[in-house]
Design a protein around this ligand. Structure first.
Ligand SMILES: [Fe+2]
Ligand SMILES: [Fe+2]
Length: 357
């Protein structure tokens, strides 16, 4: 099965399009993007932006044996909104064979991974790293689908697409950092990738007003509820046989090296290194996207904030993340991130919220 070239291998597409699966065409749904077929090298408009899809659209594609549709890159935003709205229901649609549903899920997830590589960093990380992460995504999704976790995943995507996107961002960074650690074998890497993807799944069980509120605005009772999400996540996955390292990632990602984290208040020596790496990548991803942690910071600001939150994060894990991001020219983009000798930082968010809230 071909999963398409990695970013660095991506040939220039003169049409400026990207491929999508025909299974994404759901009768009665409206696409905020135009859909094209490619016949003899030419793009043919199949459904216009804003057009309501019908059974006929889907049947015709099946009759023609079409395996790939195309969307123009400039309409990626509309396509992502469509995914956000419909991916969960596609995954839950038992009239589509499981293998087809998993393929759509895989392609959509890989699209998010590609987006992190190509757009969330000033320069794409190399093809080798992308290839490794692509394999990790495939392994993770295959394992979850084999264990009949597809229904749980459908709920995850329906209720928490932004949590899922954050899981992808965290997974990409965590995998890239751990790949550079000498004593991390493939088995541990796969478990951590899985744990990173699912680490916040427990948030989808929180009341919406708690899960989506700015953390600074949570009441004491709401904060306590919010802090139950690592344990909730582990409980949600109890029917799936996840490796212990994946469960550690989910349960411990808000533990902090000075013991101020939750749920256990673990000390540095009790926090496995792969969890310490995940925690740093988690917070970096949180800081660089708008959400409960406030407006999105630049990569440089996010790194500075992590470096300045003394005592909360493993310094080796931060250094390793900086090395990965330096490869992506984040450091050059903003100058050298502030070191420990820099001016006293504003630790308002971290300082007032042990464990990163
Ligand atoms: Fe979390
Ligand atoms: Fe997170």
């Amino acid at each position: 099965m071909s999963h398409g070239p990695s970013p660095a291998q991506q040939p220039h597409d003169p049409d400026g399009v990207f491929p999508v699966s025909p299974l994404l065409i759901i009768p009665s749904a409206v696409g905020g993007f135009s859909i094209y077929l490619r016949l003899d090298g030419n793009l043919i408009l199949y459904a216009r932006k804003g057009e309501r899809f019908t059974d006929r659209h889907r049947t015709r594609l099946h009759e023609l044996g079409v395996r790939r549709l195309f969307v123009k890159s400039e309409e990626r935003g509309g396509y992502e909104n469509y995914l956000q709205e419909h991916l969960g229901s596609i995954l839950d649609d038992e009239s589509i064979p499981l293998s087809g549903r998993v393929q759509v899920w895989y392609e959509a997830t890989l699209g998010l991974v590609r987006d992190v590589f190509e757009h969330k960093l000033p320069r794409p990380l190399g093809a080798r790293r992308f290839e490794k992460v692509r394999c990790l995504v495939r392994t993770t999704l295959d394992l979850l689908s084999r264990q009949e976790a597809v229904r749980e995943m459908a709920r995850f995507l329906t209720r928490g697409f932004s949590v899922y996107s954050h899981g992808i961002g965290t997974m990409v960074l965590t995998a890239c950092v751990l790949q550079g650690c000498e004593d991390v074998d493939d088995e541990l890497l796969e478990a951590c990738a899985m744990g990173a993807l699912l680490h916040d799944i427990g948030k989808t069980r929180l009341p919406r007003e708690v899960a989506q509120k700015n953390l600074e605005a949570l009441s004491a009772a709401e904060l306590e509820l919010y802090r139950s999400h690592p344990a909730l996540g582990v409980a949600m996955c109890s029917g799936v046989s996840l490796p212990p390292a994946a469960l550690h990632c989910m349960l411990m990602h808000h533990e902090r090296v000075n013991g101020s984290g939750y749920p256990g208040g673990a000390q540095a020596s009790d926090i496995p290194r792969h969890v310490a790496v995940l925690s740093v990548c988690d917070m970096y991803d949180n800081y660089t996207r708008a959400g409960a942690y406030g407006p999105a910071l630049s990569p440089f600001e996010a790194l500075s904030r992590l470096q300045c939150a003394r005592g909360l994060y493993d310094t080796d894990a931060i250094k390793r993340l900086i090395l990965v991001l330096a490869d992506a020219r984040v450091v050059e983009a903003g100058g050298e991130p502030a070191g420990e000798s820099a001016a006293e930082p504003s630790e308002k968010r971290e300082g007032s919220a042990p464990g990163g809230r």
